[in-house]
Ligand binder design. Sequence first.
Ligand code: 3HC
Length: 692
Amino acid sequence: MTSINPVADYSVEGEVAIVTINSPPVNALSQGVREGLKLGVEKAEADPAVAATVILCAGRTFIAGADITEFGKPHAAPYLPDVLDAIENAKKPVVAAIHGTSLGGGFEVALTAHYRIAVPSARFGLPEIKLGLIPGAGGTQRLPRLVGPERALDVILSGTPFGARDAKDWGVVDALAEEGKLREDAIAFARRLVADKAPLNKVRDRDEKLAPARGKPEIFEAIRKANARKFRGFEAWEKAILSVKNAVELPFDQGIAEERAMFMALLGSTQSKAQRHLFFAERAAAKIADIGAETPTKPIHRVGVIGAGTMGGGIAMNFLSAGIPVTLVETSKEALDRGVAIIRRNYENTAKKGRMTLEQVVERMERLSLTLDFRALAEADLVIEAVYENMDLKKLIFEKLDGVAKPGAILASNTSYLDVDAIAATTKRPEDVLGMHFFSPANVMRLLEIVRGAKTSKSVLATVAALAPKIGKVGVTVGVCHGFVGNRMLAERQREAGKLILEGATPWAVDRVLADFGLPMGPFAMSDLAGLDIGWSAETSKGATIRDILCEEGRRGQKTGAGFYDYDEQRNAKPSAHVEAIIRAFAAAKGVAQREISDAEILERCIYPLINEGAKILEEGKAQRASDIDVVWVMGYGWPVYRGGPMFYADTVGLKTVLERLKDFQATFGDEFKPAALLEKLAAEGGTFSKA
Ligand code: 3HC
């Protein structure tokens, strides 16, 4: 074996050259890997003893794509297209031998090889869309030639990998190797190619899957139409469709050139920068400054959940789905029955959609134990309290839990606002207590705020942080403060939205501006959906707020056919002149003058105070890093991924601009807009939150 460079080796077995890439963790296409591939193939071409070449990867995976850390920096030769040309134009057959994940540029490398062999566990995909990009090294041109434009677009637009068996059925790979025997099988495969004098198959020359789609633009129109909602706001989707259409309509070289141009343009776009930022932000969130691999974690074999309401049921489902048994505790049989029926119905609906088998539903339900006896929680390694937001009730529960839970069990509260330290103080083991704030619907939303109390032990925190990905969550560690990261920032937006409608903006204008920005819905549509009467009571209502007035009139949101909006039978929303009149009268009674309010002011007043609160959270150390706040907002509140989260968005707007607008608003409206010291400092230094 000879070394080509620090990340690539060359060896020859019989008449087969093996170019091995070894660049942990994922063999991304860094300069060294690109060079290793090119030099390796060229060496094999020049070696008279060699008749075929195998490209193989060491470690856990085949090449998982371009090296994302190199994006946006000056690139050194050889460039990927030149590497691919060297492979595709080789005069001796090149075989890509694939295990792990062959993604993005890695899959594109494989598609330029003349043959592909993979182990059954290998996965293939073009996830560039998730980074705000399109495949930029032939993926949009070669994959359609193998699987047809529709299936190729399925792969490219979803960014979701597919397995080796599908790859074999679809003609993406030529052979399956035995698991664990990829090297031997790939060499044997290459030898057979030589013996059979097999042709140098070039995907670029194939046309049989493209021809039927030629001259049929309606294929692409249908895909656009079917996904219009999903594509809203994203730049890359349309380019992906266009590029695959090019594959059908244009000669290969022209299609490739156009693909490269679109890829390069997207690479420089703010959207792609935002999505790349989130890729690394999600991974950074898992890292906690003072916790390392040496911190011991506790085994979690059984989880207890207190409360079978919407949250409790959703929380339980996460563990049941991950194979961890759950004991669900309630105070009445009716509540327990209602809760379990919802869990079962949710699973059955998933099964109806074909995303789960009925056996899997049964398996999950069998992991669930139901009880009215609090003492049953003694078996649990982790207990999560999910009752409604009332401090006295939570304190009572934790006091009781302290007497029941086994020593060393982790005691968590799903509170979304309350002081976790005060809850912990009711127990004799505050080091075992922390917050686990799930987001509704808890079985779907990927965010988990892990609230670290003043006395939470490192081992308890490390255990819950490690548990998060096992139940499909992205855990973000936050400190104790009212509303933690997400709801504390949200409160700023809600306050301004409420003020804006008194000052003359309609609820529909506020909602429209925020929806156009890319949020799933505005605050008033959201209130109507959730129900205006959450936390409201007819007995104590005094018409002191617009919400009070609407609820008193029976306008309690979508469920009553009216709230801020009027709703028809299909729950389509229509602006209400009656509500506008209520707001006008309320503003007049309060002495608030109404005026025209621009869309720009609506956006800035809703978003900038939220960012400012994020800066205060950072200052106070309630979040570890600005990117954690971005993860919270993208995963928990539907912040558009192409805007990268509120702190990244502030960086793209420019911190000076954000600061100046906050100061303007402070002068006009008061100190709720007072800029955070950190924002002042960064703006003065020309800094950004991302690099703070
Ligand atoms: N470039 C640089 N670093 C990468 C990387 C990449 N393409 N893919 C993963 N990494 C890094 C991660 O940041 C992480 O680093 P850390 O340990 O310092 O946090 C480490 O590799 C391990 O990654 P994961 O924690 O994600 O490991 P998993 O085993 O869970 O997942 C994976 C492995 C499925 C390969 C996943 O990392 C992944 O999806 N990677 C991105 C793949 C991708 O998007 N490829 C396309 C890139 S764009 C492209 O190829 C353009 C082309 O068309 C020209």
